[in-house]
Design a protein around this ligand. Structure first.
Ligand code: MTE
Length: 321
């Protein structure tokens, strides 16, 4: 993950960025400066932080799967984002994601399944009862948030498509449209952004196909109209603006793993005992608790979701990072 303006307790971009990515990122930023997003009209898109205009999304709170943490402020959760399709700065998605059109939207579900599906958003919204779950999300960069997400277990969708016996993994492909996403012009990552899970991880009741947050539909910068939230894994596994879910026999290629295989593994379970090659994963900064004297929080194994441990019994989690 890349950070442009490090805060006092964050690593410098030069410390955390593989050289080739740092170079392509620099040229991306230079390109952005040269072409000027403002001049090209991107900056004209409304700051996507207004909550009052957003469509409400009623959902039943699921206490069993909700953390008791204090929720992160909406204003923080919607202005400090990673969504490289809109730029690599934390503030870029809020500034530029206004150009994303979350409707109409089509989600294709196919691959090793008996009943492939093509779903529009309204059908997806009615596929299963919507639940609100307060989940912690921890980024590999060392910050975390607690967000009331709205969605339903991915397992509900998986059940509908009836995976074949060959389906061992699930691949998520997200939108990569240059017309809507200025960052896709850069080569900072291989587009489209792809992520993957093992099928038992995808079927775990915690894995949430997510359509909203804070009682409303997802803001564009948080991955509208549909993303995945996998709360025990580092944030980059939680792919945004998904257009395709494909069931595969072989482990899918994933964007961050392709960019830096030594740093971003396929599993990427939150694990305070396995440091990222260039920085510790033992603690984290909760966004909104950034006072100068505020102590960082200790990072918990599986981000504090010990119920997933059985998915990995017998696996060496240093090897399968
Ligand atoms: N999905 C897409 N399509 N593109 C991205 O750049 N960034 C990931 C993940 N999903 C990313 C993405 C990373 S690195 C993180 S930490 C989370 O989204 C951040 O989600 P948030 O901005 O809603 O907190």
């Amino acid at each position: 993950m890349l950070i442009k303006i490090p805060r006092y307790n964050e690593p410098l971009a030069s410390e955390i960025t593989p050289r080739e990515i740092a170079i392509s990122r620099r040229s991306f930023l230079q390109g952005m400066a040269a072409s000027s997003l403002a001049a090209s009209g991107w900056a004209g898109s409304a700051m996507a932080t207004e909550s009052s205009t957003r469509q409400r999304l009623p959902a039943q709170r699921n206490a069993k799967y909700s953390a008791t943490d204090k929720p992160t402020a909406y204003s923080d959760a919607t202005t400090y984002n990673n969504f490289y399709e809109f730029g690599t700065d934390k503030g870029d998605p809020a500034l530029y994601a206004g150009s994303l059109k979350p409707r109409p939207w089509t989600l294709r579900v196919d691959g090793e399944v008996k009943k492939p599906l093509t779903l529009d958003l309204d059908t997806l919204l009615k596929l299963a009862p919507l639940e609100e779950r307060l989940y912690r999300l921890r980024c590999v960069e060392g910050w975390s948030m607690a967000i009331p997400w709205i969605g339903f277990p991915l397992a509900e969708l998986i059940r509908k498509v009836e995976p074949t016996g060959n389906a061992k993994y699930v691949e998520f492909t997200t939108l990569a449209d240059r017309a809507q996403m200025p960052g896709v012009r850069s080569r900072v990552l291989e587009w489209p952004y792809t992520e993957g899970l093992r099928i038992d991880e995808a079927n775990h009741p915690l894995t949430l196909l997510t359509l909203g947050m804070y009682g409303q539909v997802l803001p564009n910068q948080n991955g509208a109209p549909v993303r995945i939230i996998v709360p025990w894994k580092y944030g980059f596994k939680s792919a945004k603006s998904i257009v395709r879910i494909r069931f595969t026999e072989v482990q899918p290629r994933t964007s961050w793993n392709l960019a830096a295989p030594d740093e971003y593994g396929f599993y990427s379970n939150v694990n305070p005992d396995v440091d990222h090659p260039r920085w510790s994963q033992a603690s984290e900064r909760r966004i909104g608790e950034d006072g100068f004297f505020t102590k960082k929080r200790k990072t918990l194994m599986f981000n504090g979701y010990p119920e997933v441990a059985s998915l990995y019994s017998g696996m060496d989690l240093r090897k399968f990072y």
